[in-house]
Design a protein around this ligand. Structure first.
Ligand code: HGY
Ligand code: MN
Ligand code: MN
Ligand code: MN
Length: 412
């Protein structure tokens, strides 16, 4: 049994509801993209909530909002909890947000229960976990881990705007990214509460999950070079139609993504510089990704697409170039995950071990300290869409487990 009283689910619900009003009404769903004015407003609100809870609060140069509750032992490294409050465009109300508001409620539970931790406790709302038009994910947690370098800050979108320019336009100071980096000697363990965003907990009837590993992601861009010709006069048998080659590549990604265990393949966009019906497309760009919880399988998927592209070029008389960026799967810390499972037991839940098909800030935190994740179910396994939903009672269970895991880790 835990020494902590249960989460105040009404307060958590009110917090989630308030954040769902800080969105871009021009976009569908609940949209609060990184470095937008809505993102800044949400981070200001979270900064204020942390201050109201008596935490020492700072917002770093990339927009991470960090609150800290002193521990009894000033020499003990901090325990870290948190997630992200930004969303994908057209996203939902719970992805990341449950972990941020839930972490604030953990502070309130400790205060209500008059429990004083030995370790300091940091609560973090990581900046821009979801990525941006420049294609860089986990921006805030990478800055904290020291892996947000010049190449990432210089990444450009289709109009040539860099990530650093996007950040500066959002009121951040990318030129000071180095000062966002934490010293790993100051932190002891990271615990993140997050919605599963998949179907496994709901299918198993489990109220709580503990994550074994976070999927690896291989992101690709396929540049296809065809030949510009007249659409009316060029025989079908002699064309070098870049868009037709791209279309075959899209279907190949779907086929290859379905070829392994727990593997997925997704195309985000197909673009061409000549979107004309009276001219055969001379170029096409296909962007997408493969994911797998298993690194060997992830490389298998990459190899399969790399082998398919020359066949497509032969069929369409095109020339293609395939470029990759791969983040390998990350295994969550075994001891901390076992502690999270014990915490779930203490508060009356049997946690199910599941892998995460989504990536998370815990990937970057894993490079700095032992990290573990607690999942709560997603209705119909849906996320990154307006239909994203998690019942408040499940969110409350997740917060109870997170709080108890903090208490257990503090005593470890
Ligand atoms: O892509 C992801 O899995 C994360 O939600 N950004
Ligand atoms: Mn998320
Ligand atoms: Mn997400
Ligand atoms: Mn994520």
């Amino acid at each position: 049994m835990s020494a902590l009283n249960s989460a105040d689910t009404q307060w958590v619900s009110d917090g989630i509801a308030h954040l769902s009003t800080l969105v871009d009404s021009d976009l569908p769903g609940w949209s609060r993209t990184g470095f937008s004015e809505q993102d800044a407003a949400a981070r200001d609100w979270i900064h204020g909530q942390m201050r109201a809870l008596g935490l020492s609060v700072s917002t770093d140069p990339v927009g991470n909002v960090i609150g800290r509750l002193d521990g009894q032992d000033p020499n003990a490294p901090d325990i870290v909890i948190g997630s992200h409050s930004d969303t994908v465009p057209g996203g939902g109300r719970f992805d990341g947000i449950v972990g941020v508001v839930g972490a604030l409620e953990v502070i309130r539970m400790l205060q209500r229960s008059d429990v004083r931790l030995r370790h300091g406790l940091r609560v973090v709302d990581f900046s821009n976990e979801e990525g941006n038009p420049q294609g860089v994910k986990l921006v805030g947690s990478r800055a904290v881990a020291g892996t947000l370098g010049a190449q990432a800050l210089g990444a450009t979108d289709d109009e040539g705007r860099t990530l650093a320019e996007l950040m500066a336009a959002g009121g951040r100071s990318p030129e000071h990214v180095a000062s966002a980096r934490w010293d790993r000697r100051d932190v002891a363990a990271y615990l993140e509460l997050h919605i599963e965003q998949g179907p496994h907990l709901e299918e198993a009837g489990a109220s709580v999950g503990v994550v074994t590993r976070v999927c690896g992601i291989s992101t690709f861009a396929l540049e296809v070079q065809g030949r510009r010709d007249h659409a009316g006069t060029t025989p079908m048998a002699t064309r070098a139609d870049a868009l037709c080659c791209a279309a075959d590549a899209v279907l190949a990604v779907q086929r290859i993504g379905a070829s392994g265990t727990d593997t997925v393949g997704t195309v985000g966009a197909v673009t061409t510089s000549s979107p004309l019906t009276n001219t055969i497309s001379e170029d096409a760009r296909v962007t997408g990704e493969f994911r797998s919880p298993d690194e060997r399988q992830l490389h298998e998927l990459q190899r399969a697409l790399a082998q398919t592209v020359p066949e497509l070029d032969a069929r369409h008389r095109t020339r293609s170039e395939l470029m990759w960026k791969t983040d390998v799967p990350v295994v969550m810390d075994e001891a901390l995950s076992n502690l999270a499972i014990a915490a779930a037991t203490n508060v009356g839940h049997q946690a199910l071990r599941v892998y995460s098909g989504a990536t998370h800030d815990s990937v970057e935190m894993s490079a700095m300290m032992p990290s573990a994740m607690i999942f709560v179910p997603s209705r119909a396994g849906r996320s990154h869409c307006p239909e994203e939903w998690t019942d408040l009672v499940d969110i409350g269970h997740g917060v109870d487990v997170l709080a108890e895991a903090v208490r257990l880790r503090d005593q470890a």
